[in-house]
Design a protein around this ligand. Structure first.
Ligand SMILES: *Cc1c(COP(=O)(O)O)cnc(C)c1O
Length: 413
């Protein structure tokens, strides 16, 4: 029996359903039917963290002093490691006492930052498409979200000139993310400079998500917001250990940058959580201190998968651009179906999970995000199934390109 008067708060019902949750449901159903799914849906890296990280965690677990509540602001050692890392990677000097705060993963911080700074009705600028917490966090806080449409024609870069002055004047925060999930776009330094000037002019807090800072290829080096002169006066940058170090389940990330902005987030968080388990902080420290050769290994892994998949898809007639960074491909939907319907049919008919672009905002429609989170032999299996299904992957095709057909043999576990 469901009780009529038990209703979630309006802030919850205002949110669209979490798309990954819906995909998850369908995946559970497919698995329960015995299908061997190839899941290229979520941004969830495969494989364990580097061995030294595991060993550091085991050693820390044996330390009787690391099992209590950690300090709210994180362990001093970890904060120092974060700012040392930042200096090594970006040449930016930060004060470990007040310009770095460990987080329970960056999603937590990105969302709570909105709760710490947004009053209902405040305008928040968010690119569309975007990583969902960039708009869901502000939506939870009651923000009026002003979407900044991104397009392939503009290389998925934010067009500041398209923002009306009346909106810029009312805007409180701008969220952005390069290298970008989901579009895989990277932004030139000049765009960062323009964004900083824009934000200073209109008194807007800048929130940059540099989650894919380390997953860059072909010699490309991503830009940190904090490298830009003046950025630290108005901005913060979020990082995570989830992607680079395969630590997604450990829940550890951090925010760096403007002291005042970080302080507001910290005040909110002291009312919500007790911070990152000390053992996880010790492991994360070890990760950040790994030699650059580790980063090269990770970069090579994703670069190899990128090349393999882009070439394999091209053989099927599906032309997908080669990204310079991230662990994704952002592939034009090769069908007249909506990206969601196409993704659904891929899942139901050949057991392959890709994320419809519309999950990231309506300007993502027409694209699919393919996560490179499987070894090449699994990617090959995905390509085989797609070939066997005789789908037509030419986006110019006028013929109905996905016909209902029985599940492909060999897909059963
Ligand atoms: C994966 C991802 C994160 C990481 O979130 P965590 O909560 O740190 O695991 C943050 N931002 C973007 C854009 C991502 O794709």
């Amino acid at each position: 029996m469901s009780l009529e008067w038990i209703k979630p708060a309006e802030r919850l019902s205002a949110l669209p359903p979490y798309v990954f949750a819906r995909l998850d449901e369908l995946k559970v159903t497919a698995r329960s039917q015995g299908l061997d799914l190839i899941d290229l849906g979520m941004g969830n890296p495969d494989g364990p963290p580097p061995q030294p990280v595991i060993e550091a965690a085991i050693a820390a677990l044996q330390n009787p002093n690391l099992h209590g509540y950690p300090p709210f602001e994180g362990r001093a050692d970890f904060r120092h490691t974060i700012t040392d890392w930042y200096h090594r990677r970006y040449g930016v000097e930060l004060d470990p006492e007040v310009e770095a705060l460990p987080l329970l993963g960056s999603k937590e911080g990105l969302t709570h930052l909105a709760l710490a700074y947004i009053n209902p009705g405040d305008v928040v600028l968010v690119p569309n498409p975007a990583y969902p917490p960039h708009f869901r966090g502000p939506a939870l806080a009651g923000a009026e979200i002003y979407g900044l449409p991104l397009t392939a024609e503009q290389d998925w870069l934010i067009d500041l000139a398209s923002i009306p002055d009346t909106i810029a004047e009312r805007a409180k925060i701008l969220y952005f993310n390069y290298p970008s999930n989901p579009t895989t776009a990277v932004a030139p330094r000049e765009l960062f400079v323009e964004i900083v000037a824009f934000a200073r002019k209109h008194q807007i807090l800048l929130v940059h998500d540099l989650c894919y800072a380390e997953l860059a290829f072909d010699g490309y080096q991503p830009v940190s917001l904090l490298e830009i002169p003046g950025a630290k006066d108005i901005g913060v940058e979020f990082h995570t250990l989830s992607k680079t170090y395969n630590m997604a389940g450990w829940r550890v990330g951090f925010v760096v940058g403007n002291t005042q902005i970080i302080q507001g987030l910290r005040t909110l968080k002291t009312n919500l959580d007790y911070g990152v388990f000390s053992v996880v902080q010790a492991a994360a420290e070890t990760a950040l201190k790994l030699p650059d050769s580790h980063l090269h290994t990770v970069q090579q892994r994703y670069c190899q998968r990128r090349d393999f998949m882009v070439a394999g898809l091209a053989e099927l007639g599906w032309q997908v651009p080669k990204p310079q960074a991230t662990m994704y491909l952002w592939a034009p939907c090769p069908s007249q179906l909506s990206s969601a319907d196409f993704a659904l049919r891929l899942l139901q008919e050949i057991g392959i999970v890709m994320t419809p672009g519309s999950a990231f905002g309506h300007h993502g429609e027409g694209y699919l995000r393919i996560s490179l989170i499987a070894e090449c032999h699994r990617l090959q299996e995905a390509l085989n199934r797609m070939k066997q299904a005789e789908l037509c992957y030419c986006s110019t095709s006028n013929t109905p390109d996905l016909q209902t057909r029985p599940p492909i043999s060999g897909m059963k576990n």
